[in-house]
Design a protein around this ligand. Structure first.
Ligand SMILES: NC(=O)c1ccc[n+]([C@@H]2O[C@H](COP(=O)([O-])OP(=O)(O)OC[C@H]3O[C@@H](n4cnc5c(N)ncnc54)[C@H](OP(=O)(O)O)[C@@H]3O)[C@@H](O)[C@H]2O)c1
Length: 362
């Protein structure tokens, strides 16, 4: 219920007429009994303004459209770029998107043979693109190829990453000298770790912005930066039940939220930076209509976790196991599908509960 002292103010409330269920008019001193919509006079016969009460219909969602989970969590028709898409978690995402109907999945990495093997094994519309994400001209060349071939993308997944210097032994150091030695392992390894895991999140995202904007325009969205104070306009022809806008997804890690060293200090810090950069991108890209979200995996099988055990106590991973194909696919399809159209600036942890039994902030 919205109460307003005059018609003009009622109008200025900005309420759509279709949302008004009833209008009640009260005279001054009427004890809130409705009056007919006539003029009101006080005892000195001066005209006074009535109080107008608008009874607003409750906002309800239209729950009648048929809900098809296959459509809600589908990648049908999407053009996706995924860095590190040729191995481990990236390959799982590539396969998932391909199975879920993506029109094209460009997989970027340094080892062409690994990418080609991945494309062969997944089949479908997977395209290998050799690219070093820490090298600007290499990234520009990948963008130029994709721009030339298709001219837009719907989703960029910043998945590529490296592990960096291993500081795990620091947990078991018995003397201060040992601890010092372990913390000073491979100081040169920090820079490449940050280059791939943190700086490249911005570098690669920046390089693909024009194609992400083109993805928005193709879906009928007004492109570019819009002025503050009005929503982005859209021609929904062909996309009536699809409200998605272009999106950057960054694969961070629970190491970026964990105070316990699961890999290395540089790795954890570089992933914390990746997560924060992704959130900063959400804010920065809001006027441009491009979304930015994060997926933080726990332990998943890949070359990064080679040699780690398969089963865990509940105080290590409450789920008792590593993550698997369905686990990562579920999160990815939620974010890329129509189901995730309203998700922006979000962080999805897929870790079997690992963070909840560790000293972590999230
Ligand atoms: N596995 C886990 O348990 C786990 C947990 C949390 C987070 N993550 C994150 O998940 C992502 C994928 O890792 P993964 O576990 O699947 O390990 P992975 O198999 O080693 O994958 C890393 C991928 O990144 C690519 N890459 C690395 N540096 C690159 C560069 N400079 N330019 C282009 N591509 C580069 C690699 O391809 P090339 O070597 O051919 O370039 C490789 O395909 C990483 O960001 C990792 O930090 C993994």
């Amino acid at each position: 219920m919205i109460s307003t002292p005059s018609y003009s103010r009622a109008k200025s409330c900005g309420i759509l007429m279709s949302r008004i269920r009833d209008i009640r008019i009260y005279g001054p001193g009427s004890g809130k009994r409705p009056h007919s919509p006539t003029l009101f006079f006080d005892k000195y016969h001066k005209q006074v303004l009535p109080e107008i009460v608008l009874i607003v219909k409750p906002a309800v969602m239209d729950i009648l459209p048929t809900l098809d989970p296959n459509d809600l969590f589908s990648a049908k028709g999407l053009v996706v770029v995924i860095t590190g898409g040729g191995s481990g978690i990236g390959l799982a995402i590539t396969s998932c998107l391909s199975q879920a109907g993506a029109a094209r999945v460009y997989i970027l990495g340094r080892r062409l043979s690994t990418l080609q093997e991945a494309a062969r094994s997944v089949g479908g519309a997977v395209v290998p693109v050799q690219c070093d994400i820490t090298n600007c001209s290499s990234v520009s060349a990948a963008v130029a190829k994709i721009e030339d071939e298709i001219g837009y993308i719907d989703i960029l997944i910043n998945n590529a990453g490296v592990q960096g210097p291993d500081h795990k032994p620091a947990r078991d150091a018995e003397t201060i000298e040992d601890l010092q030695k372990i913390l000073l392992i491979d100081p040169e390894g920090w820079q490449p770790t940050f280059a791939a895991n943190s700086s490249a999140v911005v570098g690669v995202s920046a390089a693909f912005l024009k194609l992400l904007d083109a993805g928005n325009r193709r879906r009928g969205w007004e492109g570019g930066k819009i002025p503050l104070g009005r929503p982005r306009q859209r021609d929904i022809t062909g996309f009536t039940d699809d409200e998605r806008s272009s999106q950057i997804i960054t694969v961070g890690s629970i190491s970026g939220l964990n105070r316990f060293i699961t890999a290395g200090l540089a790795y954890g810090a570089s992933k914390a930076a990746a997560i924060h950069l992704s959130k900063m991108l959400t804010y920065l890209l809001a006027p441009w209509g491009i979304r930015s979200n994060v997926i933080n995996p726990g332990v998943y099988p890949s070359s990064m976790t080679a040699g780690t055990k398969d089963n865990y106590s509940y105080m290590e991973v409450p789920a008792g196991r590593k993550g698997g194909y369905r686990d990562i696919c579920g999160v990815v399809l939620y974010l890329v599908g129509k189901a995730g159209a309203y998700v922006n600036g979000s962080m999805e942890n897929t870790d079997g509960g690992r963070l909840s039994v560790m000293p972590a902030t999230y």
